[in-house]
Design a protein around this ligand. Structure first.
Ligand code: NA7
Length: 553
């Protein structure tokens, strides 16, 4: 399955501009697959990545304990039977180093790296209406032109600016989970602070708590976390999976989450309290996100949701020996699963270690960072190392970080000033031939990002092929189909309990960001149906223009 021998490194023409068919921004799972796909179609392409290598989130997030919270056999490419057969996972939930080895394996196997410019940031992308081209400038001062531009910039690639005063004063070592160094960090005997208890903070705490001299966990909002119950993948099981990958993928593609995890349609109050408890205990013992699949109405029935939340709070109380710490760790005031549920390995047990201290910032808020550490209302905690696990400017942060200018000089900042809007999370009215993978109005945060990336890249490839076959120059959604899509997204989101938590899912974690759930929550399989329908009948509903003038590539 060697990739077709195309193109040599793209070179600028005499005017200093490099002309291409497709420009791809981003080297995570979406960007890598886009490079493979468009190269296979014989398109001349160039991809850009600000990191030094491919891998996206897994390139940057090298913090101790970083691990995927979907089963590895689901969280992997499905487009290549050869890769499926040649790669063997060692654990049910792969750790970051193994994920990076997988990414490296794929990049080598498909010879993808030669298409990337690494350490290169795209500064601007501007649509040239007359020539039907995107002009892209990079921070190296180079200019590229192509009719098609793919933003595979990822939903979680821009770390949120922490609003804590005085961080620059801190004389110890300040570390960002999302920009972790490549060398090992020695925590032995050190006083370490962690701010943030989302998925990232939880993974760090359970790992660093066992290594540090003292660990201080600054928790504002506690998360609900459930046991991952990670296990090694035995060779016999991996062999079975390899024999059955096709069926496993089919199930994933036709599921709400883009994965093989079972979901129930059972209503919470349709079974007796004893039966409910048995189902919850069973899902707790199974581990992973099994609990999400126990009942079908957990995200719409508040009372049912509260029963499940209380079940998990009970589990916290059983594990954590200090009653006051246990109480502080119990999430309250928002529905379970309205914030990304976390999976842990001994997270709550970590608080029983004598060197691990929970700093409850709801009762004792952080005031500022100081030269020596963190000052809360009750006093100063001196630290050698401070780790920020404070999250991301999710879904829209990456695209809003540079200048994207569409038809009539309209910027993406202007288009999204009241929140992101697009058609399918893939295309934007007013921005012809600009495509996003895992964009902000699709199911990005709620489904398997690799299944989604494959779906989106395939959709984009079909659209580009349609234009090229039919001598067409540009495509964009009409205002009407974009409005219809956004109406559907909002109508579905309206009744979901997801809106009741302050999270990156709803933009509440970043000051000044438009608030509200702009994700498609109708499920991945339904999303795929919408994508297929949008492509039907020659992309009816889209504004499609003929080629205005031939541009030589
Ligand atoms: P999250 O889930 O956004 O978590 C960030 C955490 O950082 C959260 O507990 C925040 O508390 C906390 N935070 C952020 N700013 C502050 C300040 N200023 N003071 C105290 N605490 C703060 O990001 P993650 O990286 O953990 O996970 C992101 C996704 O990666 C996750 O959803 C999975 O999809 C994988 P807050 O909730 O704001 O009170």
């Amino acid at each position: 399955m060697a990739a077709t021998a195309l193109p040599q490194r793209s070179r600028p023409a005499d005017d200093g501009v490099t002309r291409l068919d497709v420009i791809i921004v981003g080297g995570g799972f979406g960007g890598m697959y886009a490079v493979y796909k468009f190269n296979k179609l014989g398109l001349k392409l160039q991809a850009f990545e600000s990191g030094n290598d491919v891998g996206g989130v897994w390139y940057w997030n090298r913090y101790p304990g970083a691990r995927v919270d979907l089963p590895s056999i689901d969280y992997s490419y499905s487009f290549s039977p050869e890769i499926e057969q040649e790669w063997t996972w060692s654990e049910q939930y792969a750790a970051q180093p193994e994920l990076l080895r997988y990414i490296d394996f794929v990049a080598k196997r498909l010879d993808l790296r030669r298409h990337f410019q690494f350490n290169t940031r795209v500064d601007s992308a501007v649509w040239d209406e007359d020539r039907q081209l995107w002009t892209v400038k990079t921070n190296r001062g180079d200019t590229f032109e192509a009719p098609f531009c793919i933003m595979a910039t990822g939903p979680l690639s821009v770390p949120k600016k922490p609003e804590i005063e005085g961080l620059d004063r801190f004389k110890g070592r300040l570390m960002y989970a999302a920009r972790w160094p490549h060398e090992p960090v020695d925590f032995a005997g050190k006083r370490v602070g962690v701010i943030g208890t989302g998925s990232t903070g939880i993974q760090i705490v359970q790992e660093v708590g066992r290594q540090a001299g003292e660990l201080f966990v600054f928790q504002r909002t506690p998360s609900f976390t459930m046991p991952m119950r990670n296990v090694p993948i035995e060779p016999e099981y991996m062999a079975e999976v390899k024999r059955h990958y096709a069926g496993i993928r089919e199930i994933a593609r036709n599921s709400a989450i883009g994965g093989a995890r079972p979901l129930s349609t059972r209503g919470f109050f349709t079974v007796t309290p004893g039966q409910r408890l048995a189902l919850l205990e069973d899902s707790w013992n199974q581990g992973g996100l099994a609990m999400l699949g126990t009942f079908g109405d957990l995200m719409i029935n508040e009372e049912a949701n509260e029963h499940v939340a209380e079940f998990v709070r009970g589990k916290i109380g059983e594990v954590v020996t200090d009653p006051s710490t246990a109480e502080s760790l119990k999430p309250r005031g928002y529905p379970i699963f309205a914030r990304r549920p976390c999976l842990d390995t001994g997270y709550y047990e970590t608080y029983n270690l004598p060197n691990v201290h929970l700093m409850d910032c709801l009762t004792d808020p952080i005031l500022e960072a100081t030269e020596k550490g963190i000052r809360t209302a009750s006093g100063e905690t001196e630290l050698d190392i401070l780790i920020l696990a404070t999250g991301y400017d999710g879904l829209t942060g990456a695209l809003l970080a540079f200048d994207v200018v569409g038809r009539d000089g309209r910027t993406i900042q202007d288009k999204w000033k009241n929140g992101p809007r697009s058609h399918l999370g893939i295309m934007l009215e007013g921005f012809p031939n600009l495509f996003m993978t895992t964009g902000p109005n699709g199911p990005a945060a709620l489904a398997n990002i690799i299944r989604m990336s494959e779906n989106d890249v395939d959709w984009i490839a079909d659209a580009i092929t349609h234009l090229r076959k039919n001598g067409l120059g540009s495509i964009e959604p009409s205002r009407k189909i974009e409005d219809d899509w956004m109406e559907l997204v909002h109508a579905l989101a309206k009744n979901s309990l997801i809106n009741k938590a302050k999270t990156w899912w709803v933009g509440a974690n970043v000051e000044g960001k438009p608030q509200g759930l702009t994700q498609f929550i109708g499920g991945f399989s339904k999303y795929r149906e919408h994508c297929a329908a949008a492509a039907a009948n020659g992309y009816a509903g889209h504004q499609i223009e003929p080629v205005r003038q031939a541009v030589e590539v």
